[in-house]
Design a binder for this molecule. Structure first.
Ligand code: ZN
Length: 393
């Protein structure tokens, strides 16, 4: 299977000019000009004209409730699973699945089964072990064992802190989990990332700050998420990023609505502020929280109503970064390509370079609308329509 994409504006995510990109099997074979492939007719070569289009790495969504989540408003508010096209139609070719508030009716066996299902359907999947809860609900009975022995497990999460839905972990419980995840990652050559769900409380990032200041655990062990959920939290997260940590923004498809009921920080403005404050362009990721519930609580923690995250927010945030915040496209793109690839140690993801996985998206130059998605060398979306669908779609 050989595909050549011709004459697209290539963002690796760094801008590399107008180039051809050749995919051989499931890998990128070459990036250059006037590329040719000669197999004496034995192999058919598919050509895609990228003229007037932008070629970017396939999106990496580092926090997505692939088997559904939610339930904070009762059983009827449990959210549905992500279908293949919920992801591919929004450019996502690599996803990290997580559980969420409900670690009882959602467990690791089901999460892994869902991740394997999506992988069979054509994209790349990983998972975090655990849910909001502490002690962490694992598959093997040990966080370290899950990370070391289950290929798809690259860390733990989303462990909730500073939230009325968390297990209220003590400092000792928290640091024990983080150190187990760290050592499990080291012993298996994985990231060993702890994906932390940050809640709305005034304790903000306190447990993380204490851990990096009072123990030997480095900033790079954490990927705190929902950093933009309120202004006070975001300010603490800017400091964390300036110290060398990586923070994860949660995209929001309906920010115009949410801005009216809370002080959530708009992702594009947050990234702009982060860079203005002197943090590195490697210091942020954007994830979708896709299929996760977006419950609204009042100041007493009482449930008010619910929405659901969507993977479509990722490219929407990139458009806002460029059109509203005036950030360079290559900077914004880092948040869904190179940066998650690095912090999650996905060494063949997030860049358009020879030897990397053949995960690519073509966007229109004007409007940045998604046209084509290729996952592991296979065209999944063409002309904005899904040509490969999930088993029951
Ligand atoms: Zn969360």
């Amino acid at each position: 299977m050989v595909t050549i994409i011709r004459n697209a504006a290539v963002y690796q995510p760094e801008y590399a000019g107008k180039k051809d990109v050749m995919i051989l099997g499931d890998k990128i074979a070459a990036v250059g000009e006037n590329l040719t492939a000669e197999f004496n007719g034995a192999v058919s070569v598919t050509e895609i004209d990228g003229t007037g289009q932008i070629l970017i790495p396939g999106l990496i969504d580092s926090h997505e409730h692939i088997m559904g989540g939610g339930g904070e408003g009762g059983f009827s508010t449990r959210t549905p699973e992500a279908s293949l096209t919920d992801l591919t139609m929004n450019g996502v070719t690599t996803v990290v699945g997580c559980i969420g508030t409900d670690g009882i009716t959602r467990d690791m066996a089901a999460l892994l089964a869902k991740a394997h299902g999506l992988e069979e359907e054509g994209i790349t999947t990983y998972v975090y072990t655990g849910s909001y809860q502490v002690p962490v609900h694992t598959l093997t009975g040990s966080v370290m064992k899950d990370i070391m022995l289950l290929d798809k497990v690259i860390g733990a999460g989303e462990i909730a802190i500073s939230d009325h839905r968390s297990s209220q972990p003590s400092f000792e419980e928290f640091t024990r989990i983080v150190s187990d995840v760290r050592v499990g990652g080291m012993l298996s050559g994985k990231a060993g990332i702890v994906n932390i769900h940050l809640g709305d409380s005034s304790r903000l990032m306190d447990l993380i700050w204490r851990t990096v200041k009072e123990t030997e655990i480095p900033y790079s062990q954490f990927l705190p998420t929902h950093v933009n959920r309120n202004e006070a939290l975001f300010q603490s997260c800017i400091e964390f990023a300036k110290e060398g940590g990586v923070i994860d923004f949660t995209g929001n498809e309906d920010i115009d609505y949410w801005e009216t009921i809370c002080d959530e920080v708009r992702v594009c403005r947050g990234i702009g502020r982060l860079l203005e404050a002197g943090a590195s362009e490697n210091s942020f990721t954007i994830s979708s929280d896709g299929q996760g519930s977006l419950p609204v609580f009042n100041s007493k923690g009482e449930y008010q109503g619910i929405g659901m995250g969507k993977a479509s927010c990722l490219l929407k945030e990139i458009r806002e970064c460029v059109n509203r915040e005036g950030l360079p496209l290559e900077t914004a793109l880092r948040g869904i390509t190179a940066n998650p690839a690095r912090i999650l140690k996905l060494s063949k993801k997030g860049h358009i370079l020879p030897g990397y996985d053949g995960d690519l998206c073509l966007l229109t130059e004007k409007g940045l609308e998604l046209k084509t998605v290729i996952a592991k060398g296979r065209v999944m979306v063409q002309d904005g329509k899904a040509v490969v669908k999930g088993t029951f779609e």
